[in-house]
Design a protein around this ligand. Structure first.
Ligand code: GDP
Ligand code: MG
Length: 293
């Protein structure tokens, strides 16, 4: 017998997903009911949906008691929804998230959870050899993704090939260690999460995953890319010596996010409360990873 599986909480951020989420919830619930040996729950985190996503989730939850949902009226974004969902970390030993569109099949997410004994956080990668892309992202998205990747690498030196894959799982302790430092509400949330984990000295293991790109993406390439760029610069500045002096610019920042029609990040941490980066973070198994700056 191998190590027992950890109790698992799977978060699914969802915005206007009435068309995509139903089969995904069913597939995940059925798969984990059959194949998972420890307690398992799904929490869908909805916010500001203008369609009937909530009705769909309620209907499926009646058939599968492992499904629950949280709903927030404000436009808190995917990141904001995950920050809220991660507050439930105390309820399970492992906490993960996937997109509501089924790009990551349940078995592929389970494969990430199986690797958790080797790290504090396991992330799916579409860019490592061995990844299976049944339907890859469009070439425009892949191009934007590589430009973004280069910028992230230059700013943070995390040596992670795919920071944006929607499938990630973490140990409870790792989530609790960094939760207070999560502020980014838009799609750059993942960078915020990974960088905080690295700074806290957590081990991040990137493993090739399966991906089937889906129609109906919420990403508006130009606007989302600009927002993400703003957010990664924001994260970089928070962990720079200039942060203390930049804090009065908060209203300008809020104005910029509003102009981009993007969810405004939570206020940054108090400069005196930011813990120093852990001296060294152990290497990824699938690739060397230097300590975060
Ligand atoms: N709660 C919440 N979820 C969101 C928001 N924007 C996107 N999402 C979810 O984030 C996930 C990723 O979005 P998706 O459109 O699939 O992005 P893509 O796969 O990168 O094209 C999906 O589950 C979306 O429903 C939001 O504003 N709030
Ligand atoms: Mg998607």
């Amino acid at each position: 017998m191998g190590t027992p599986e950890p109790s698992l909480l799977l978060l699914i951020p969802a915005y206007n997903e009435e068309r995509r989420i139903e089969p995904v919830l069913r597939r995940y619930a059925e798969y984990f009911e059959q194949h998972y040996t420890a307690p398992f729950q799904i929490v869908v985190v909805l916010n500001g949906c203008r369609d009937n996503t909530r009705g769909v989730v309620e209907r499926v939850a009646r058939e599968h008691p492992c499904i629950r949902w949280l709903e927030f009226p404000d436009p808190i974004g995917k990141g904001g929804a995950l920050i809220e969902g991660l507050k439930l970390a105390g309820q399970a030993e492992a906490i993960g998230y996937v997109d509501a569109d089924g790009a990551t099949p349940p078995a592929a997410f389970h494969a990430l959870v199986r690797r958790l004994p080797e790290a504090d956080c396991v992330i799916g990668s579409r860019w490592l050899p061995g990844a299976v892309l049944h339907i890859p992202q469009s070439s425009r998205r892949r191009f934007a993704s590589r430009v973004f990747h280069a910028i992230v690498q230059l700013l943070f030196w995390m040596n992670i090939r795919d920071t944006q894959c929607g499938a990630k799982v973490m140990r409870r302790e790792a989530v609790q260690k960094i939760h207070a430092n999560l502020t980014i509400a838009d799609m750059a949330f993942d960078i915020n999460l990974l960088y905080c984990l690295k700074r806290a000295g957590c081990r991040i293991l990137e493993v090739p995953t399966e991906w089937t790109d889906q129609l109906g993406s919420k990403v508006r390439l130009f606007r989302t890319s600009l927002t993400m760029l703003l957010s990664v610069i924001r994260i970089r500045l928070i962990y720079s010596p200039f942060y203390r002096w930049l804090r009065p610019l908060r209203p300008v920042e809020a104005w910029l996010y509003k102009k981009l029609r993007a969810p405004v990040p939570l206020p940054g941490p108090d400069p005196d409360q930011i813990p120093p980066a852990a001296r060294s973070s152990p290497p990824n198994r699938d690739g060397a990873s230097p300590p975060a700056r």
